[in-house]
Write a protein that binds this ligand. Sequence first.
Ligand SMILES: [Zn+2]
Length: 199
Amino acid sequence: MYYLDQLRPCATPGCVRYALFESDRCPAHLQDPAAYRTMLTELVAGGMSLRGANLASADLAGIALATARLTGANLSAARLEEANLEGARLDRAMAPGADLRGANLKGARCELAVLGEARLDGAVCDGADLRRANLVGASAVGAVFRGADLYYARVGAANFSQADLTAANVQRAVFRAADLRGACLQGARGTANFDRARR
Ligand SMILES: [Zn+2]
């Protein structure tokens, strides 16, 4: 649901990519990614919503965006390693292929988020709302989902080995052909589809 009418072309002559949210450059031509991260953090601290923002392929590693409103934002292939997204709103965000390794997603609201092929290894997603989220082909090795809500989440062919799903709600979740070796499902609630999953 990110807003196509907000998209502008990159100001670099000859570049056919879209400029990032609140910037006139695409990620490849952004001169100072660190300054861009700082600007985003300050905008959010000042109350600005990032709803529907184009942040595709942006280098946002380590960014502090706790409680940010990123509903429907385009985070496709964004770098968000070690980012702080605690309590952020990421419902319906488009983040296929995003790198969220080691990110803090505690209590984040990710209903209907598209996280297919995303990398969530070592991420902390305790209490996150991942209802109906698309995690097909995602890698979440050793990630923590304690008490998270994975109702109807699609986790097919994902690597959740060593993941901690203690007390998570997995009702109707689809772990078809997922790798769950060494994963902890103690106290997980609901009936999930583990067809051809490795356990
Ligand atoms: Zn460009």
